[in-house]
Design a protein around this ligand. Structure first.
Ligand code: NAD
Length: 332
């Protein structure tokens, strides 16, 4: 199938080219994001491959349908950037990579926790300056602390398994209880109890209309003073200006973010020669107890292989009329 591949980065091109030897799709790689300025590039392609910061709203989808695109290939698990209802109405099929490596994301959540707690970022810089003092580097034992997991799907469950090794109390909130989490000793509690009793909160649910700004003024007010909050899911789960207020008054003691609500034109880009224009992100980056990574939690060799393999296989299965990994609209 002829595939237009948007938002291409050199590291993903390598994986897709290597694995496509087996599938033989005709891929054209574009560096550009898919938007109204670049939509004309889809002409002549039956399939379009996009990543997390390409926004496929109704207008873009209509243009795709007009140009006879049949298939949208998300090389991601999350699909909050696509208007699935509109795609369905326009006869566009959407496929995704539902699971590529829950370990990649769960392990990155742990990396953020350990770095924030033991202040590895500060120690690294300090020692390179020949400053071997320990002042200000004190951490805490994770053992016996209460860790709240919001969402116990594939990544949340993997995270629970990792954290159980620390000997901490694991509590969780999800719409459904997960058997493996229960077997592990995870206690399911109400959403409010999770916020009120956790020492560390890690978010592992999708972004949708129910979870948008899940972390807001009200939920922040329920939390323990000095709580650690980790978000490797989607930026829109957090009301960022409110989190800045909570960092200023000490309510949030540590913040680890791999995602940011306004990341679309910032993350994945080298902006080092420019002035950062996003004042909210710029303020976040001034706090010593905040670590921001640039949506890199998924980024392991294992995950990249799986993303390329599943995406290309999704296209072949669609061509054979046995579509897999379809994203369907929620029933009203
Ligand atoms: P999943 O579908 O396996 O699990 C999501 C869980 O969230 C499910 O158990 C679901 O029941 C629960 N959930 C849904 N709505 C909820 C609500 N309103 N309240 C409480 N729980 C709710 O997904 P996953 O593979 O574990 O991925 C989780 C999220 O991680 C994805 O949605 C994606 O946004 C994010 N993600 C981030 C990266 C990254 O690189 N940072 C990579 C992959 C996935």
């Amino acid at each position: 199938m002829k595939l237009a591949f948007f938002s291409t980065k050199p590291y993903e091109k390598h994986f897709f080219e290597k694995i496509n030897v087996k599938y033989n799709h005709q891929i054209t790689f574009f560096d550009a994001h898919l938007n109204m300025e670049t939509i004309s590039l889809v002409k002549g392609f039956q399939a379009v491959c996009v990543f997390v910061n390409d926004t496929l709203d109704e207008q873009i989808l209509e243009k795709m349908a007009e140009n006879n695109v049949k298939l949208i290939v998300l090389r991601s698990a999350g699909f909050n950037n696509v208007d699935i209802k509109a795609a369905h109405k326009l006869g566009l099929s959407v496929v995704r990579v539902p699971a590529y490596s829950p370990y990649a994301v769960a392990e990155h959540s742990l990396a953020l926790i350990m770095t924030l707690n033991r202040k590895i970022h500060k120690a690294y810089n300090r020692i390179r300056d020949d400053n071997f003092s320990l002042d200000g580097l004190m951490g805490f034992d994770i053992h016996t602390k209460t860790v709240g997991i919001f969402g116990t799907g594939k990544i949340g469950q993997t995270f629970a398994k990792i954290m159980s090794g620390f000997g901490c109390r694991l509590i969780a909130f999800d719409l459904f209880e997960d058997k493996e989490c229960l077997d592990l000793g995870v206690e399911y509690v109400s959403c409010n109890e999770l916020f009120a009793t956790s020492d560390i909160i890690s978010l592992h649910c999708p972004l949708n209309h129910e979870t948008h700004h899940l972390i807001n003024k009200k939920t922040l007010s329920m939390m323990k003073k000095g709580v650690m909050l980790i978000n490797t899911s989607r930026g829109g789960l957090i009301d960022t200006p409110e989190i800045i207020n909570s960092l200023k008054d000490g309510k949030i003691g540590y913040l680890g973010l791999d995602v940011y609500e306004e990341e679309a034109d910032i993350f994945f880009e080298d902006l080092s020669g420019k002035v950062l224009q996003d004042d909210v992100l710029a303020r976040l980056l001034t706090f010593q107890n905040v670590i921001v990574t640039s949506h890199q939690a998924f980024f392991t060799d294992n995950a990249m292989n799986k993303i390329a393999e599943t995406s290309l296989d999704n296209i072949s299965k669609f061509e054979q009329n046995i579509p897999v990994n379809l994203v369907l609209p929620e029933k009203d």
